[in-house]
Design a protein around this ligand. Sequence first.
Ligand code: COA
Length: 219
Amino acid sequence: MAILSQTLEHGPVTIRPIRLRDARMLERELLDNRGWLRKWEATNPHAPMSFDVRSGIRSLQANARAGFGLPFAIEYEGQFAGQLNVSSMTYGSLSSATIGYWVSERFAGKNVTPIAVALATDYCFFQVGLHRMEICIRPENAASLRVVEKLGFRYEGLRRRYIHINGDWRDHFCFGLVAEELPTGLLRRWLENRVPAGAGSVPEADRATALLPGIQTAG
Ligand SMILES: CC(C)(COP(=O)(O)OP(=O)(O)OC[C@H]1O[C@@H](n2cnc3c(N)ncnc32)[C@H](O)[C@@H]1OP(=O)(O)O)[C@@H](O)C(=O)NCCC(=O)NCCS
């Protein structure tokens, strides 16, 4: 089931389907922002990091054609600013998906990501018909935790050694929203200052647990 992603915009921020002709620009941004992105980059525990940007885009597009993802480029005032990927899309009784994102350092702090996340979330709820959206973030990633806090994603819990990031399995704080929480959409709720206070705050006990050494392996 292929769900086609669309071009969606609010103010200076646009999200649109990533294309093969973005490859050169994407490669330049990834290389120029290596130090900015590395700490948060998903890695494959069984293979070295690939810098083949064209095949990365092809694989995102194939995943989208199969109905499992929506790969967006993020633009700010018409300039390529980063990526937002909706992934792990499931239908039927789960009807859920996960969002991941990054922007180049020079676009940080301009609300680009919260707007992009709100556009993608509203699209998934109201056009695709999904029921739940999830974002998982490393406890150390203060900037990303601010994104979910601003939008009022609800804190759902700590997952130990959940995603392979920057060369190891890392703990993540996970946040979710379901469609019935947002009768008028996520973007409108945020713009109209109706985000419930404290939804995205992480309990002290989970912050403390995440500071402890990870789960020990047997033997
Ligand atoms: C996390 C990230 C996507 C946030 O995107 P963004 O578009 O800057 O989001 P916002 O504008 O809402 O900024 C969020 C917070 O980042 C911090 N921030 C702002 N400018 C910053 C800068 N130049 N450098 C570092 N942090 C900055 C601020 O605390 C800001 O919160 P505030 O608006 O309350 O001041 C971006 O920092 C990024 O791409 N980081 C590297 C990759 C990454 O972490 N991806 C997410 C993995 S879960």
